[in-house]
Design a protein around this ligand. Structure first.
Ligand SMILES: CC(C)(COP(=O)(O)OP(=O)(O)OC[C@H]1O[C@@H](n2cnc3c(N)ncnc32)[C@H](O)[C@@H]1OP(=O)(O)O)[C@@H](O)C(=O)NCCC(=O)NCCSC(=O)/C=C/c1ccc(O)cc1
Length: 381
C-alpha cells in the first residue's frame, strides 16, 4: 500500500529516466519549490541509490515554475518553534544537512539548472554539486539574516571561498545576485540563455559516462559570456574587501559609513541599510560562521550549522526567527522587531553559545563517504 507521505514525496519530486541520465524536478511551484521534509528524504534516497547504480552517469536537478527553490519549507518549521517541538525541527535539519553532504561528496556529476529563484536551501542542493547553470531568470540570495536565521546548508563553506570578502557581503546583507553575477563570482559554473535549456537538457541526456568531462564539454558549448551589469556589487570588490574584511559587524558598518562620507553612493547606503535592518544576533553568528568556514571542510561546516540551528529551533538564545518569519512571510510587513535590538547588546559570550552543542543533543553524524574530496572531510569539531 502506498502511504500519503510517499505519494506526497513522489509528486513533489518528479523523476525522468533517459538512458543513463536521471532528471529530478522539484515540484511545488505554488510554494516556489520550498523543500519539504518529504522532498529532502526522497532526494536523499534517490542520490544514494544513483551512487550505487553503475548505470546512472549524470543527475540533472531543476525546478518547476518560476523558482528553482526558495528555501526550506518555512511554515512547518515555524510551527515547531512556536509549539516548542524543536526536536522535530532538528530532525528536519539533520536530514537536510546530510543531503547537502551527500551532494557535496557525490561520485556522480550533478547539473543544477537555476532558471529562477535560488535561495537558502535551494543553494544547499545545488551549489555543492559539480555544475550550476545560471540563466537570465536566475535570482540568487542567502536572505537568512533578514529572517532571524544564518546562512546554513554549508553556505559558510561556499561563501567563504568566493573572491575576497564577497561571501561575507552576500551572506550578511542577503544581496540578490543575477545569473551574470553568479557566474562572475563562481557560484555558477555556466550561463545558458533559457531559450536554449531544452536543447541543452536533450544533449546532456546522451552522456554515457560518469566522467564529468563529458557533461563539461556539452555545457561549454552552450555557455555564453555575460557582462556583469555596470551597477553590480561585483564591480565594487575593492570597497567590499575594505569593509567586509573587518573583524566585527559593528566595524563593517562603521567602515561602510566612512566610505559613504568620503564618496556618497547609493550602493553603499543601501548595503548599510540592509545590515541595519537585519537581525543583530543573526549578523553576529553569520559573520563568525563564515569566518570559521574559511578554514573548514564542508562536513565540519554542516556539523557547525546543525549546532547553531538547534539553538535557533529551541529558541534558548534568541527568538528572532519567529519575528523574522512573521515580518517576511506571514504579515509581510517587512518590519521585524528584533531582540536584542542593538548590535552592541550582543556580547561575545552569547555568540559563543550558538556554537556550543546543546546539552543532551549529539552532534550531527554524517555518513561515511568513499568519494571524499580532501576539502570535504569532516573531522571532529
Ligand atoms: C522573495 C520570495 C522568494 C518571492 O517573493 P514573491 O515573488 O513576492 O512571492 P511570494 O512571497 O508571494 O511567494 C509565493 C508563495 O510561495 C511561498 N513561499 C516562498 N518562499 C517560501 C518558503 N521558503 N517556504 C514556504 N513557502 C514559501 C509564499 O509564502 C507564497 O505563498 P502564498 O502566500 O500561499 O501564495 C519570497 O517568497 C521570500 O522572501 N521567500 C522566503 C525566502 C527565504 O528567506 N528563503 C531562505 C531560506 S529560509 C529557510 O530555509 C528556513 C527557514 C526557517 C524558518 C523557521 C525555522 O524555525 C527555521 C528555519
Amino acid at each position: 500500500m502506498t502511504t500519503s507521505t510517499e505519494m506526497a514525496s513522489h509528486s513533489q519530486i518528479l523523476v525522468e529516466e533517459k538512458s543513463s541520465v536521471r532528471t529530478l524536478t522539484l515540484n511545488r511551484p505554488k510554494q516556489l519549490n520550498a523543500l519539504s521534509s518529504n522532498m529532502i528524504s526522497r532526494l536523499l534516497r534517490l542520490f544514494r541509490a544513483y551512487e550505487e547504480d553503475p548505470s546512472v552517469t549524470l543527475v540533472i536537478l531543476k525546478g518547476q515554475g518560476r523558482a528553482f527553490c526558495a528555501g526550506g519549507d518555512i511554515p512547518p518549521l515555524l510551527s515547531y518553534v512556536i509549539q516548542g517541538k524543536w526536536r522535530l525541527g532538528a530532525a528536519f535539519f539533520a536530514d537536510q544537512y546530510t543531503l547537502n553532504y551527500v551532494l557535496a561528496t557525490c561520485s556522480k556529476a550533478q547539473v543544477s539548472i537555476l532558471n529562477g529563484i535560488v535561495m537558502g536551501a535551494g543553494a544547499g542542493v545545488s551549489i555543492h554539486g559539480r555544475f550550476r547553470i545560471a540563466t537570465e531568470n536566475t535570482v540568487f540570495a542567502m536572505p537568512e539574516t533578514a529572517l532571524g536565521l544564518f546562512p546554513d546548508v554549508g553556505a559558510s563553506y561556499f561563501l567563504s571561498r568566493l573572491p575576497g570578502f564577497f561571501g561575507e557581503y552576500v551572506g550578511l546583507t542577503g544581496a540578490r545576485l543575477d545569473g551574470a553575477e553568479m557566474l562572475a563570482c563562481g557560484l555558477a559554473t555556466h550561463f545558458v540563455p533559457s531559450t536554449r535549456l531544452t536543447a541543452l537538457e536533450a544533449e546532456l541526456c546522451t552522456v554515457a559516462s560518469s566522467d564529468p568531462s563529458f557533461a563539461s564539454t556539452i555545457l561549454d558549448a552552450y555557455t555564453e559570456h555575460q557582462h556583469v551589469k555596470q551597477n553590480s556589487a561585483y564591480h565594487r570588490l575593492d570597497v567590499i574587501d575594505r569593509c567586509f574584511s573587518r573583524r566585527t559587524v559593528e566595524d563593517i558598518i562603521s567602515a561602510l559609513e566612512r566610505e559613504f562620507t568620503q564618496r556618497p553612493d547609493d550602493w553603499i547606503s543601501s548595503t548599510t541599510q540592509a545590515l541595519k535592518k537585519a537581525s543583530p544576533s543573526s549578523l553576529k553568528i553569520s559573520l563568525r560562521s563564515i569566518r570559521e568556514g574559511r578554514l573548514q571542510g564542508v562536513g565540519n561546516c554542516l556539523i557547525r550549522d546543525y549546532r547553531m540551528v538547534c539553538h535557533v529551533m529551541k529558541g534558548d538564545l534568541s527568538k528572532d526567527i519567529v519575528e523574522g518569519c512573521r515580518a517576511i512571510l506571514v504579515d509581510k510587513d517587512k518590519n521585524p522587531k528584533w531582540e536584542p535590538r542593538r548590535l552592541e547588546d550582543i556580547k561575545d559570550r552569547m555568540v559563543d553559545k550558538f556554537f556550543e552543542r546543546l546539552e543532551g543533543l549529539e552532534d550531527l553524524k554524517l555518513p561515511p563517504r568513499n568519494n571524499l574530496r580532501a576539502s570535504s572531510i569532516a573531522a571532529k569539531l
